[in-house]
Every structure is written in C-alpha cells, then in structure tokens.
Write a protein that binds this ligand. Structure first.
Ligand code: NAD
Length: 746
C-alpha cells in the first residue's frame, strides 16, 4: 500500500501499525492527502484478512494531529463565486459526499470488526481528537506536560465535522461534552483520563506497546454505542428531564453570550440535540449537514482567515521587511514609568530582556517597577510562577533617573505624557547617549510620528510603537512608520514586538494612526444616536448585540467624557463646524462641565459606577437632558442601528486604506479585532466589508445611510472603484511583495 503521510508495517501477529507523519511539517494536520491515506488504511484493514487489528500513532514529537488543515481550508475562504452548471440537488449531494468522506471513513474503521487503538504522545486537537475518538481504545502519555486534547473548532466558527459532536457526548455524557464542544477549551491527559476520553495513561515510551497489547487482547472490539442496549451516560434530553434542562439552559446561556451572532455554536447545539436521539450512523449524517451549513457561512470563512491564518502569520512577523538581520535585544530602556511605561517594562522583563526604567524622580521610577512586583506576586500566589523565577524577572528591571543608564540600549521606548514639547526634549536627551544603530520608539497614542521625529537627529531610526492598555493583557502592538523611518528600523521594531510575544500590525503615519482613528468612530456614532433622542439603553444593547465588547456610551466613559468633549471641539474647529451649537456639543458640555461627570475615572459619567469601578446602571439624570424620542427597539430599528454602528467604523477603515495609512488587509482585520474589539464573528472590519456584505452591497448600504444620516457614511472613490470591479480588500491589499489582484469591470 502506497501512503504519503503515514508509514505502514504489519507485524508477525498481523497487527498493523500506521505512523502519522506528514512530510516536511513539524505538526500533522488532516490535509487532503492525509484524509486520502486514512481512507486507504481503512480499506486495507477492513478487507485484508491477514490484518488482525490496527494501532495508530504519530512520528512527530509535537503530537498526534492538530486537526483540519486550515491553510487548505483558508485557501478556499472567500473564493466562492464559481458557477457550476449543476442542479441544486446535484450540488448538495456533491457537498455532502465531500463533507462526509472522513466522517464516513472513520465510521467504517470503527465498525470494521477488528480492534483499533491509538497511542497519543502529544496534542490531539479538532480532527486529530476525532480520529482518536473513532478508535476503540486510546492510550495517552502521562509524562508530557504539554499534551493537549480538545475540540477547538467553535473558536474559529466551525463545528467538529468528523464525528466529534456525536462520539464525545455518547462517551462522556451530554452535560460534560457540551462545554468542551461549545467553548473549545483544551484539556490535559489527566483530565481526559478522569473524564473517560482516554482509557489508559502510560509513559510516552510505552504507549504504542500498550496500544498493541490491547489490540491483541481484544480481537472483537466494538465502540460502546455499537453494543446492544447502549445508553448515553447521564441520559438524553428527550427522555431525561435533567438533561433536557441542561439543553434548555445551554440555549439560553448561548443566546445571552453570543446574541445569535455565532452560527457555529447554535449549530453545535442543534446537531448534538438532534443527533443524540438517533442511532450513531444517522447522527453522523446530521453532523455532516450541520458542518456544511456552518462552513459555508461567511462568518466561518472570515473567522478562519482572521482568527487563525492571519493572526498566525502576523504573530510570526509576516509584515517584517526581508533582508535585515534579526535583532536580539540585550537591553531596552523605557522612559516614563507611568501606566504604560510600567506595563511595557513588565512585558519586556517577562520576555527575559534587561530593562532600564527611567522617570523624573527615583520614587516615580520605583513606583513603575512596583507594578511588576504586584503582577509577579499575584502569579506566585496562584502557583503560575515560582518565587525564584519571579525574583529573576524583577531583577531584570532597573529603575533610575539617570540617562547614563540608557547607554548601550538597543531600543528606547518613550512613554511620557502626551505632550509634543516634552516628547521632543526626551528624544534629544536619549539620543545624546544612544548608540548609532539604536532605535527610538515613541508610544504616543495620537501625535503624528513624522512631526515628533523632527526633534530627532536621526529620523530614520525613529518609529511609533503604540501599545494598548493594560499592556500585559493586550495582544496587539501598532507599529507606525514615520515619513523617514527606514526599513531596518521597522524590521527591528517588528523583532521587538515578536520578542515580547505580541502581534504587530504595521501602519503609516497620520493623526490617530489606524486604531485610535477608527476606534473613535464607534463612540461618535453612539453619541450621535444619543443626541437624536434614542434611549441610552437601546444604544448600549444594540452595540453589544452587534458584537462589540461594550456599549458605545460605556466606551465613552472609559475613554473619558472630558477627552471626548476636547476631541469633539478640536475636530470641529479643524473642519470649521460650530460644535458648541450642535445638539451633541451642547449635551457633552452639559454632562462634563455642568454636571462634572467625566466618566469611569470619576465614578460617574453616562453610567454610575460601584466601588469596584464597575458600571452599576445608566445614569437616570441623562434622560432629563435628552428628549427621548425613541424608547422601543423593534427588529427593523435594531438592524438599522447595528448597521450604523458597524458601518461607521468600517467606512473609516476603508478611508485608511484609501489614504495609504494601512496597506495590508490582514493588518486591518487583526488590528480592528485586537485593538478595539470589532465584532470578532465578522473576521474584523475588512472582512465585514469583503465577506459579510461583499463590497458592492456594502457600498450601496453605505450610500443609503449617507443619504439618511450624513456624509460621514459616504463611500470614497476607492470603494466605488472596487465595487465596480468586484474587487475585495484582500485582493487589492495583499501582503507586501505580492501583487494586487486586479479584476476588470464586470
Ligand atoms: P502616565 O501619566 O501614566 O505616565 C507618564 C509618566 O511619564 C509619568 O510617570 C511621568 O512621571 C513620566 N514623565 C514625565 N516627564 C518625564 C521626563 N521628563 N522624564 C521621564 N519621565 C517623565 O501616562 P501613560 O498613560 O502611561 O501614557 C504615556 C504615553 O503613552 C502617552 O503618550 C500616551 O498618549 C500613550 N498611551 C497611553 C495609553 C493609555 O491607555 N493610557 C495607551 C496607548 C498609549
């Protein structure tokens, strides 16, 4: 038998051993070739009388299998559009056959009449675990702390489609299986054993021998669900009131958490509920139908592309310019030990980089270091860090007031107050002691980099490195090229972000860069709605139901209503518009200046806050000032408001592309999800336009909104051109070095 992704041998007792080992990869995935090999192996085991049983294992140190090959799946994402001359029924059958190929094969293997066991020495996730679940016996290594099992499909908008939704509940009961499938969190070997997902634990060097021994001792193996009189552990929803209640509660909890935005989770519940009531063969067919339905949803395509493929690519430095040697950071100085500087020092020390933390006084610098002390103590108390490692981390941070200590740093990060004059002074003081090749990065959140670089003697080495708060929890860093920033400097900045284990996006200079500029439009639209007389609770609920992490008014409170008023006045001044006379300007001035409600930091803003700083309730006094004209939200209004909130952000993103602020579609999507939490089920602002709407439909809806609510929604020239050509953002703005795909007008 000729296999490309498995090695194959049969021992003297007729026990076959297939070792999964996809050539040229460090980890096995279920590529098209691997699935073809599993089909061939199944056929051989089922039909060759000389074979008495099968043991599966892996040739990779990393584990058995990480699941479906999302790269192959992602290549198909957004492709669509092929028009085949086939009837709907023919197409449906074809899709079903493709979708069922692995599922049906694994069922054949499970019912071939010969025992099948698997040795799991490392991770088995998604399709990898599903293959294992179709074996009669699973032995896992008990000496690999990195071992992980799980069905993470739901996290990227998919459902397990190779039997996972049917076998896991039949194996461990619906109540235990539901959270594992709906939330997709991984679990270790000990937990897998305790739950009954694996039957035996053994040292990694013995798992294959144990699996073989079991196969030899159990020639007539069957899955539990193929035994006569099988009952699902804990019962099934339509017969057992307790399990019925679990199913009902799960539905309610899901609706409360996802607002129906995530088709995968909804389909998983239906698939388990329907599939568990019928024999497993019918259940597997039900699963495949739900799998196809889920996979074809634009949400799945968008989530696979953004949350898996692009995130992975950017986290490996996909947007780093080639041809520059990688920098190993031996010392980094952080100037300004406030909220941001303290967090930056911590993540650097956590990554093992010696860090000098500079502030105006010794106390201020020390206070900055104390931030790390608190984080380290918390980790030690939770058993996440040993005292020894914690001390070593803290020893890497040197608080100081002396610029002499900056000498020899490969990189300086400036995080002082947002003041152009002060920042200029810091640049000059640091450059006086910095080495020739050292890079200077400013953590400004709004000031254009090219302007700040004017204070620098070597603007080629000057760059924006924009963190988000709280630094230790936010995964994104926005790197901003100034006009004169060199490629070598950009490469160094990307190396830095990767070294501190965060995801970089790279953008060009403009006021507010990419993230601050676009993020603000969500709150601005919420404030517009408020000034129109839409009840505050409606604005907040619609925002959250649209998939945003907070309502627009709550976000405004977090940013600070005084800041919002200042920005509103400054922007209006620049555009010659009288903000103070506009309804929104009057409302904001009343809240901030008359009522002194400046937001979360003061414990009062649009919301009242409790002692823990959490929003207690919307401030009732707000209704006194605004004339509430709309206090009910029927579905049509909800749709309208949802579109306003999401379109406003997406249009600003499109303008950033048109103005050259951002040049890679992946940066646009990942930036919007990781920086300001743009509805993740859409795959980000760019995929929202490309996949959820499609550019032509997006442009038409944006025009409608512009006619009704104002020019802020009007699509630019570039969007219209893209709509006419049928071009997507991913085609027009591919990774640097790849040519844009240009389509002729349809
Ligand atoms: P902060 O007020 O908490 O800290 C500023 C620190 O700079 C203070 O400790 C201050 O003593 C120090 N400082 C002032 N003058 C100095 C000098 N001459 N030399 C050395 N240190 C000096 O401010 P922050 O929130 O940490 O913000 C710092 C920068 O980061 C600002 O540019 C801000 O716009 C930007 N930023 C802030 C956030 C955020 O959420 N707070 C997010 C991204 C970027």
């Amino acid at each position: 038998m000729k296999l490309e992704t498995f090695s194959w041998e049969v021992d003297g007792d007729g026990i076959a051993h297939a070792v999964f080992d996809v050539p040229g990869r460090s980890m096995n995935t279920l590529t098209g070739k691997a699935v073809a090999d599993i089909i061939a192996i199944t056929k051989e085991v089922a039909t060759n009388d000389a074979i008495k049983g099968l043991v599966l294992s892996s040739g990779k140190a990393s584990g058995f299998c990480a699941g479906a090959d999302l790269g192959e799946m992602g290549d198909r994402a957004g492709a669509g559009g092929e028009k085949k001359q086939k009837s709907v029924d023919e197409l449906k059958k074809e899709q079903f056959d493709v979708g069922f190929s692995l599922n049906g094969t694994l069922r054949k293997l499970e019912t071939c009449g010969k025992p099948v066991a698997v040795a799991l020495n490392g991770l088995a996730l998604g399709g990898g675990l599903e293959v294992a679940l179709a074996c009669h016996y699973r032995v896992a290594a008990n000496d690999n702390p990195k071992i992980q099992f799980g069905l993470p499909e739901a996290k990227i908008g998919l459902l397990p489609g190779a039997g996972g939704t049917q076998r896991l509940p039949r194996l461990i009961g619906i109540q235990a299986a539901l959270p594992l499938i709906l939330q997709g969190e991984p679990f270790d070997a000990q937990k897998a054993h305790a739950m009954g997902v694996v039957q035996e634990l053994a040292p990694g060097t013995e798992t294959v021998a144990r699996a073989k021994a079991w196969v030899k001792a159990n020639p007539k193996a069957k899955a539990p669900w193929d035994e006569k009189g099988f009952k699902v552990p804990g019962g099934v929803p339509h017969k057992s009131p307790g399990v019925g209640q679990v199913a009902t509660m799960s539905n309610m909890m899901l609706a409360a958490k996802t607002y129906g935005n995530y088709p995968a989770q909804k389909n998983i519940l239906s698939c388990i509920y329907e599939g568990i009531q019928v024999p497993i063969d019918a259940g597997l067919r039900i699963e495949t139908r739900y799998f196809i339905n889920t996979q074809q949803r634009p949400e799945a395509k968008a989530m696979i592309r953004s949350l898996f493929l692009s995130t992975q690519a950017l986290s490996k430095g996909a947007n780093r310019p080639a041809g520059h040697p990688k920098t190993e950071f031996k010392k980094i100085a952080v100037i300004g030990a406030g909220l941001m500087g303290a967090g930056i020092a911590y993540v650097q020390a956590k990554a093992g980089i010696p860090t000098v933390l500079v502030d105006v006084t010794k106390e201020a610098a020390e206070k900055g270091k104390q931030y790390s002390v608190r984080l380290v103590e918390k980790d030690i108390s939770r058993g996440k860090l040993t005292k020894e490692k914690g001390d070593a981390l803290l020893a890497l941070i040197t608080p100081t007031t002396a610029y002499d200590d900056v000498k020899g740093a490969d990189l300086v990060i400036e995080a002082v107050f947002e003041d152009e004059g002060l920042k200029a002074k810091i640049t000059q003081a640091a450059e006086a002691v910095m080495g020739d090749n050292a890079v200077y990065g400013t953590n400004t959140s709004t000031l254009p980099i090219t302007g700040l670089a004017k204070a620098s003697k070597r603007p080629a080495n000057f760059i924006g490195i924009h963190f988000f708060s709280p630094v230790e929890r936010m995964g994104l860093v926005e790197i901003i090229n100034g006009k004169e920033t060199s490629e070598a400097t950009l490469a160094k900045a990307v190396d830095y972000v990767l070294a501190i284990r965060k995801t970089p996006i790279v953008v060009n200079d403009s006021r507010g860069f990419y993230t601050s500029r676009c993020f603000g439009t969500y709150t601005q639209e919420g404030l517009e709605m408020l000034s129109e007389g839409i009840k505050p609770a409606i604005i907040e609920n619609v925002g959250r139901q649209a998939g945003m992490p907070m309502g627009a008014l709550e976000v405004s409170d977090s940013v600070g209503l005084d800041t919002a008023l200042k920005v509103g006045r400054a922007t209006a001044k620049a555009t010659g518009f009288d903000y103070n006379e506009a309804p929104l300007g009057k409302l904001m001035a009343w809240v901030v200046e008359d009522k002194g409600r400046v937001g979360r930091k003061a414990g009062k803003g649009f919301y009242d806050y409790n002692e823990q700083g959490k929003p207690d309730r919307l401030w009732p006094g707000l209704n006194d000032q605004i004339e509430v004209k709309i206090d009910e939200c029927p579905p049509a209004l909800k749709k309208e408001l949802t579109n306003r909130l999401l379109f406003r952000q997406a249009i600003e993103v499109s303008r950033c592309f048109e103005e050259g602020v951002i040049t890679d579609a992946r940066d646009g999507d990942i930036g919007s999800i990781l920086a300001w939490g743009f509805a993740p089920y859409t795959g980000g602002c760019v995929s929202y336009m490309d996949l959820i709407w499609g550019v032509p439909a997006f442009v038409a809806e944006a025009d409608r909104l512009a006619d009704k609510y104002g020019e802020r929604f009007r699509p630019g020239k570039m969007l219209r051109e893209m709509a006419a050509k049928g071009q997507t953002f991913y085609e027009r703005f591919p990774p640097a070095g790849e040519k844009p795909k240009v389509k002729e007008p349809a």
